[in-house]
Design a protein around this ligand. Sequence first.
Ligand code: ATP
Ligand code: MN
Length: 477
Amino acid sequence: MKPLRISELLATEAKEQEITVYGWVRTFRNNQFIALNDGSTNNNLQVVVDFQNMAEAELKRITTGAAIRAQGILIPSLGKGQTVELKAKTIDIIGDSDAEKYPLQPKKHSLEFLREIAHLRFRTNTFGSVFRLRNSLAFAVHQFFQQKGFLYMHTPIITSSDAEGAGEMFRVTNLDLNKLPKNETGQIDFAQDFFGKSTNLTVSGQLEGELAAMAFGNIYTFGPTFRAENSNTARHLAEFWMIEPEMAFCDLQGNMALAQEMLQYVIGHVLDNNKEDLEFLNTRLAEEEKQKPQQERSEWSLLEKLQFCLDSDFVRLSYTEAIDILRESNHNKKKKFQYLVDKWGVDLQSEHERYLVEKHFKKPVILYNYPKEIKAFYMRQNEDGKTVAAMDILFPGIGEIVGGSQREERLDLLETRMKEMGIHAEDLNWYLDTRRFGSCPHAGFGLGFERLVLFVTGMTNIRDVIPFPRTPKNCEF
Ligand code: ATP
Ligand code: MN
């Protein structure tokens, strides 16, 4: 008899059929009712134990956290809250769980506490929903690109290049740190290191993605990315997953259109396929919001927010227009920003981004054409000589979710910009080759996968949407 998943069982009609299920005990009441969960849904299967015909010693082993197999007959349920239940003939304890020592008691635990026992938090309703949604979003990302004919490209994780300029990188080495080899000038001799040069973990697959786009047309990456961000925020991880499409023969407008289409596609996918988990998180968030003072509460529920993002066009706003709005805002005039907006050219802080999205437009916003001084060397220079064809997508409650640009495809302009920014052309010869041989306009962006999961689940800390978060001074499990 093929064991069924509880999500399937709960959707079947009970016709006294024999079934087998496996799962973990959430609770055991009155020596009779097991709430059994197998991770396929937050809804538990009620298993009714024939306690009169079961040995006392065996009954005692049905404890919270124990792994069991239950065999019996699926019958319509008389109890409230479920349509079917399992009238068990046999219960086999597969793995005991000492109820006294089991850290997950059947009560509400704080997210902070659950983070400390991240190896067990998958077994809670909140994290069950979060990680089923994460799975669904990852699937939808691939489905979106595959349907559009994009090629999935694996870019390297260990790299000797630095896409954004120095800093923020984790070094990769197998040199003996207690006996570092030095060269004549007293510096560490990386020629003796594993790769014969200094290497790091990648901060972005973009540069290699561009190489592939110059042959396949449209590609995307979806892989781990590492940044030694020393800022302990609720939106930054040291290890996160990034999705980076790159498109040949595409400009900034096409890039923005693709980003919006993709975000709406994946949000639509989970609204269609993960209703139950979204409803659970919707309720969870609503309860959390009730704890907050009135003026800090969100105007929208999670489901409303997702539906709204799906239905509305994102606002497209140039950096220059954004500065004007911010400068003229009452918020700025009343000095409510920590960083006042006084002149063109300043980098926008997250308080400014959130003001635009949450207060001014109340919609996702795509900001584009940023001052070249605050952006990377590879972004395409605009006619005005001051701005580059960059774009950031800002989401309510999240801030930046996507960062992208049209790339500089003109060799001479790219080389000049690199020189101005102190980037050595010799190190990036391979990259410049694409501009030498069959260069073409192209564009792409990076979407932080965890920021997307944050948005979709309504969780507030990025540490709660990746199974095992890596942040400063924290690398458990
Ligand atoms: P931020 O200003 O929020 O630090 P960034 O400008 O450094 O972002 P990009 O270099 O453009 O970000 O990276 C592309 C995307 O990767 C961002 O839009 C964001 O979604 C995500 N991202 C960047 N840094 C992190 C991080 N440390 N943890 C999780 N996601 C990140
Ligand atoms: Mn950053």
